[in-house]
Design a protein around this ligand. Structure first.
Ligand code: PMP
Length: 457
């Protein structure tokens, strides 16, 4: 029997055999890649596979389809733009980019200059280049190190991956870009500094101050951080953390880059995650929800005063020497504008906040289940950390976590899991439902998750 027959069985659908032969899927094991879902249509928070099975998508695709799978206005915006002016590079300009950049500044609540690209990884690469060039052009060319946190994910390219703090994504591809220094994350369930929430003195933030001095702060260009570490386990920082990091950056002359690739555009119940913590970043990176996942687009927004200080000069080489063919594609910008218009007109930021409260309340009933160690929520985001033993907090195995995901899928609900680096591996179930989900559907997601957890203990 061939491997194909063994894995797929006789009579497997033709598309599955072709997928197996021609398509390379990342981030899934060879075995898991044998049984992908072929999603053929979507409606609201639901997707339908080639066999006609319906799934409630509690992960919004890959944390991005915030407005759900059936927003005709987004398709119309792309169509209109593609039939008017399908492409022109942003070394010159076009109207959708201008309108969108203005709108993003408005959403950020201050004046920013916006550079467009195609993916979250690229947006972060651009941020690193801008940070280094900013310092060099202000007379501090030695500031080139970027600080980031273990467990965070910032992208798959050699710089963004170097900034990421998840070894299993980096292992086999090293050496990555040099100049990245990692610090422990704010993880209140497994505090790296041995504290509990009631004894917390924000050592995780204070440690950044130490590291900056140990590394020699004249060499630090920036700190990059998500408001809440999402893919690394939905790690919600303690009160005051972001403000303290901002203050430390300011004191040491480093820029603060906030990665809003997942947290942006309403996900946290605010327009941007950092707004919930009352900080104004120097640089903000965004992607995913900017178009609700309908087309690829990313952006790196830099505070206008920083731009003016270092880049508004008519000198050779003072400009940003970075361009990408498709960054700020007119159709993607048009879809992003329509996304933001819909969000404003239909109050989706407030809706996400409200749904987040409903989800948080519903999830409490999982607390009684033996493998549930911690439940973390922030806006319409949740992480359920699984443990073998609640006393010792020994992490549940990667296979148990994968089993929970699979039990949910069998019951028609798609949940995610982390690429985590704590001992024990993947042990956090993640939820990131679209903002169009109903309260009833949220309850259904939690109900199915409860059944799935009970099925594996
Ligand atoms: N930053 C964060 C926080 C992310 O979650 C991701 C992707 N999951 C990225 C950056 C990279 O984005 P992309 O996959 O679009 O390159």
């Amino acid at each position: 029997m061939s491997v194909e027959e063994e894995v797929l069985g006789a009579g497997a659908p033709a598309w599955l055999e072709k997928d197996r032969r021609y398509v390379w899927h990342g981030m899934v094991t060879y075995a898991a890649a044998q049984n992908p879902m072929a999603i053929v249509e979507g409606d609201g928070a639901w997707v339908v596979d080639a066999e006609g099975r319906r799934y409630l998508d509690a992960m919004s695709g890959l944390w991005c389809v915030n407005l759900g799978y059936s927003q005709p206005r987004l398709a119309e915006a792309a169509h209109r733009q593609l039939t008017t002016m399908p492409y022109y590079p942003l070394t010159n300009t076009h109207l959708p980019a201008i309108q969108l950049a203005e709108k993003l500044s408005d959403w950020l609540g201050a004046e920013y200059r916006v550079f467009f690209s195609n993916s979250g990884s690229e947006a972060n690469e651009v941020a690193f280049k801008i940070a280094r060039q900013y310092h060099a052009q202000r007379g501090e060319p030695n500031r080139w190190k970027i600080l980031s946190r273990y467990r965070a994910y910032h992208g798959n390219t050699m710089g963004a991956l170097a900034a990421s703090g998840q070894f299993e994504r980096k292992y086999r591809y090293e050496p990555l870009a040099p100049g990245f220094v990692h610090v422990p994350p704010p993880d209140c369930y497994r505090c790296p500094f041995g504290r509990t929430p009631s004894t917390c003195a924000l050592e995780c933030a204070a440690h950044i101050d130490d590291v900056m001095r140990w590394e020699f702060d004249d060499t630090i260009a920036a700190v990059i951080l998500e408001p809440v570490i999402t893919g690394g386990g939905v790690l919600v920082p303690p009160d005051g953390y972001l403000q303290k990091v901002k203050e430390i950056c300011h004191r040491h002359g480093a820029l603060m880059i906030v990665d809003e690739v997942i947290c942006g555009f309403g996900r946290t119940g605010a327009r941007f995650g950092h707004q919930r913590f009352g900080v104004q970043p120097d640089i903000v990176t965004m992607a995913k929800g900017i178009t609700s996942g309908y087309l690829p687009l990313a952006a790196t927004a830099v505070r206008a005063d920083l731009f003016d200080e270092a880049f508004a000069r008519d000198e050779d080489y003072a400009h940003l020497r970075h361009v990408n063919t498709f960054g700020g594609h007119p159709a993607a910008c048009a879809v992003a504008l329509a996304t933001l218009d819909i969000m404003e007109a239909e109050g989706f930021v407030d809706r996400a906040r409200h749904l987040g409260e409903v989800l948080a309340a519903e999830l409490q009933r999982l607390r009684g289940i033996q493998v549930v160690g911690d439940i973390r929520t922030f806006g319409l985001l949740a992480g359920i950390e699984l443990v073998e033993d609640r006393e010792t907090k020994a992490p549940a195995s990667a296979s148990l976590t994968a089993q929970v995901v699979s039990e949910c899928r069998k019951r028609g609900v798609i949940v995610g899991k982390t690429g985590d680096t704590t001992p024990g591996g993947n042990n956090v179930i993640t939820l990131c439902p679209p903002f169009v989900v109903s309260e009833e559907e949220l309850r259904h997601i939690v109900h199915v998750l409860e059944e799935a957890l009970q099925a594996v203990v």
